[in-house]
Design a protein around this ligand. Structure first.
Ligand SMILES: Cc1cc2nc3c(=O)[nH]c(=O)nc-3n(C[C@H](O)[C@H](O)[C@H](O)COP(=O)(O)O)c2cc1C
Length: 357
């Protein structure tokens, strides 16, 4: 399945070392101001090869709009975006053609489909997430016009956690660090792991501001379930917390409930969602990424004939996927909220009449 969303629908295509990657976005309202420069700015934040904290694969990730936009405005037709691959080095992968990298998707893709594009991981490569960012940028445009803002940044690298969180600071940090006091330690840990041919995990904090109350489609398309599903669908994500998250299981009701006054909620342990519907408070999520599976320390694995072999990798890899993953997470949240806004527009007769009468 390569399509995400119900009304605001993103379909992605392409592989890591094929001609390119891209997406078709259907359900975009007409009249949204869109141009290539705007999408490019978002793509540049996820782009590889920008510093020593990401993969050295150099891709310009230059986006082309192929359809659905006329004179810088969406027309209501499907929008097609294409990003050509330029810096593939497929021969780096020839030595793993018949073996399965530990921690990667090589084995499961091979057993499921019986054929595997081993070059750079093919479709299982996170190169595909550039298409999600391009599609998410269109969703973000729609949200911006309603004053809704999704922000993300690095909360932790290994065990080094942020204490203070500043999304503005994260925007200008090479690793999108939320806490400038912890940034150097977090960077040092990434470099230390990289130098020892290893990788490191990390977590991302995501906040959505100015979401109206009422978004979310109970029972089987709840807002928290949809956000968690969107995040778990990102390569390498192993857990998602909403609001108080895992810690809520250690609390009493009297500690976890958000009491309510005339002015609204007195706290936000719920993370802005109750009963699968937005409360109007900030929505807060924490997304946990595993360490990059492709590491340069030799490891034991098997080949397609089930022989035990030594896996010695070459190639270019991110030392910490959470860093660029934080940009992907932001845009998956943009896509979820855009979809929920369109779905919610017909949730009551009053809203429907408001749109037509
Ligand atoms: C932005 C981003 C960059 C990634 N870069 C790499 C990489 O350079 N090397 C690698 O082995 N995995 C990388 N991954 C992770 C793999 O794509 C992922 O672990 C793999 O597809 C297996 O899927 P799973 O971990 O979700 O089970 C990256 C993930 C993201 C989100």
């Amino acid at each position: 399945m390569n399509t995400f969303g119900i009304k605001f629908r993103l379909t992605t295509f392409g592989e890591s070392h094929g001609a390119g990657i891209g997406c078709v976005i259907d359900g975009v309202p007409a009249g949204l101001k869109i141009n290539e420069e705007y999408i490019q700015k978002e793509l540049d934040k996820r782009k590889p090869g920008q510093n020593s904290y990401s993969t050295p694969r150099k891709e310009s990730d230059k986006v082309e709009i192929l359809s659905g936009v006329f004179e810088n405005l969406s027309t209501g037709a499907p929008i097609t975006l294409f990003i050509a691959n330029q810096n593939q080095k497929s021969k780096d992968y020839s030595n793993i053609k018949d073996l399965f990298r530990p921690g990667h998707a090589d084995m499961t893709y091979f057993y499921k489909y019986g054929i595997r594009d081993y070059r750079g991981g093919g479709r299982s490569s996170a190169r595909e997430t550039a298409a999600r960012v391009a599609g998410g940028a269109i969703a973000q445009k729609m949200l911006e016009s309603l004053n809704i803002k999704v922000q993300s940044g690095i909360f932790s690298i290994g065990g080094i956690e942020a204490i203070n969180t500043d999304f503005k600071y994260a925007n200008n940090s090479e690793i999108f660090a939320l806490d400038k006091e912890k940034e150097e330690l977090q960077k040092e840990l990434i470099i230390k792991c990289k130098k020892s041919h290893d990788s490191i995990g990390g977590s991302v904090l995501l906040q959505i501001k100015n979401v109206p109350s009422g978004l979310g489609e109970p029972l089987y398309h709840k807002l928290d379930a949809s956000l968690a599903g969107a995040m778990m669908g990102i390569n390498g994500v192993k857990a998602v917390e909403i609001g108080e998250g895992v810690n809520a299981s250690k609390l009493r009701g009297s500690e976890n409930n958000d009491q309510i006054s005339h002015e609204g909620f007195l706290s936000n342990h719920s993370g802005g969602i109750l009963g699968g519907i937005s409360t109007g408070e900030d929505i807060e999520l924490k997304i946990h990424f595993k360490p990059t599976p492709s590491i340069f320390i030799p490891q034991s694995t098997i080949d397609t004939q089930k022989n035990v072999v030594n896996c010695k990798l070459k190639g270019r890899h991110d030392p910490c996927i959470a860093v660029r993953g934080s940009v992907v997470a932001k845009h998956m949240a943009n896509l979820v909220i855009a979809d929920m806004l369109l779905l919610n527009a017909s949730s009551t007769m009053d809203k429907l009449k408001g749109a037509y009468l």
